[in-house]
Design a protein around this ligand. Structure first.
Ligand SMILES: [Fe+2]
Length: 418
């Protein structure tokens, strides 16, 4: 049996990151009651308690059950409750009814988490490489759920006329005025894109391959709230010529006339109702809205490879990202770089369909269901948001949502042909 001092530096780093990630999830729910953490506001969103439980199920199933001889499940019934979408793991509780799970309690889930945390930490020094890969995947998976937990609790609290706040602090932009948007000429020609080399990446980020990028320019920063207010005032939501057909149908069917959470000059945030900051990036817009705004502005959405070619030399840990439990809302850029807020602040819709790269193969087994089976009808978003845990992002990172969805911190950076 290896002792704690025998742990290799690499494994030790993994252990530290495991512990820190598991702790942050608990910190994010520290101010929530059991009722807050159990309610579900819509089928797309999950209760905070469910996120805490599902991420625990992931480690218990794919690390402890599959790689630690003799491990006994904490509760045999939990797999049915907290498997999300893994067909290979059997039947599961219906997603739209996760909010009906008033039992197990939030405290019960905390106890389960502590049990699995101890088990993984104990097992780590002796885990084979294949299992260490799954611990890494479990950490990355939990980071994704931390962002979802925040956007889901925001959506839940927005339904409450009391307008509750997760954190009371008011969020102020670092600058009073947004910088003038500039056009930055992009890298054109054959570009190598996708993840290659060492380090973690999700399977959908590879294989690395060459692609042709046409001459283009990217906006120096995401579209601001103030610019979006001009779009609204100009009748953008009532001008069918600006919209894709599916988008126009959606706007009319849903009665959409502003980004989600807007009410006049206020919007709902994780710190309750706040005045809209004209300088901050607009957020909670759908792909349809992003595309219509680009049409109104005489521009278009960037392709995911235009974005990646520009982001490749930049610091992935830069910008406004999640460091700890506290107020989360995109703010105006404080820097004067040519390309601002590429990482963090708001996810940027691209015009690229979420489809496999040439040569893509999903991993064998249940974890092969992680990304590949969702490559239908969704669009790629790049760059992360203010709710993405710092350290989680890469230039090759591909997020994806359906074109009508907007409860994530989604925004838009314009592009144009030159
Ligand atoms: Fe998940």
């Amino acid at each position: 049996m290896a002792s704690q001092t025998d742990v290799s530096p690499i494994t030790n780093t993994l252990a530290q990151r495991f512990t820190a990630t598991r702790r942050l999830s608990l910190d994010l729910v520290a101010t929530l009651s059991d009722a807050d953490a159990s309610a579900q506001s819509m089928p797309d969103a999950s209760p905070a308690k469910w996120h805490l439980a599902h991420t625990t199920w992931f480690f218990e199933t794919f690390v402890q059950r599959d790689h630690v001889p003799g491990y006994r499940l904490f509760d045999d019934r939990y797999a049915y409750l907290f498997n999300s979408y893994y067909e290979a793991e059997g039947p599961r509780h219906a997603r739209p009814q996760r909010g009906l799970l008033t039992r197990p309690s939030l405290d019960d889930i905390r106890i389960w988490r502590a049990h699995v945390d101890t088990a993984v930490q104990t097992a780590l020094p002796d885990l084979p490489p294949a299992a260490l890969t799954l611990v890494e995947l479990g950490i990355q998976h939990e980071q994704q759920h931390q962002e979802l937990l925040l956007t889901d609790i925001k959506h839940l609290f927005a339904q409450n006329p009391l307008g509750p706040a997760v954190w009371q602090n008011e969020i102020a932009s670092e600058v009073a005025q947004y910088s003038a948007m500039k056009w930055i000429e992009g890298n054109a020609g054959i570009a190598a894109v996708g993840h290659g080399g060492d380090g973690f990446a999700f399977d959908c980020e590879g294989p690395r391959h060459d692609t042709l990028v046409a001459p283009h320019a990217l906006a120096s920063r995401p579209v601001s709230n103030g610019e979006w207010q001009q779009f609204v005032a100009d009748g953008g939501y009532h001008t069918p010529s600006l919209w894709l057909s599916d988008g126009w149908t959606w706007v009319q069917a849903e009665g959409i006339d502003a980004p989600a959470y807007w009410d006049g000059d206020r919007h709902f945030t994780l710190s309750g109702w706040q005045a809209i900051d004209p300088a901050a990036p607009v957020t909670h817009i759908s792909f349809f809205e992003a595309d219509a705004f680009a049409s109104w502005a005489g521009a278009r959405l960037p392709t995911e490879f235009e974005w990646e070619a520009a982001a490749a030399p930049l610091d992935t840990a830069s910008g406004q990202q999640l460091d700890s439990a506290g107020p989360v809302q995109p703010a105006a850029a404080a820097d004067d770089a040519d390309l601002q807020q590429m990482f963090g602040s708001v996810w940027e819709w691209t015009g690229s369909a979420y489809r496999p790269y040439p040569g893509f193969r999903a991993a064998p087994g249940a974890v092969g269901e992680y990304n590949g089976k969702f490559m239908s009808g969704q669009f790629v978003l790049r760059g992360g948001s203010c709710a993405t845990p710092r350290g989680h992002l890469r230039a090759s990172y591909r997020n994806f949502f359906y074109p009508h969805q907007r409860w994530q911190f989604t925004g838009v950076r314009l592009a144009k042909d030159i």
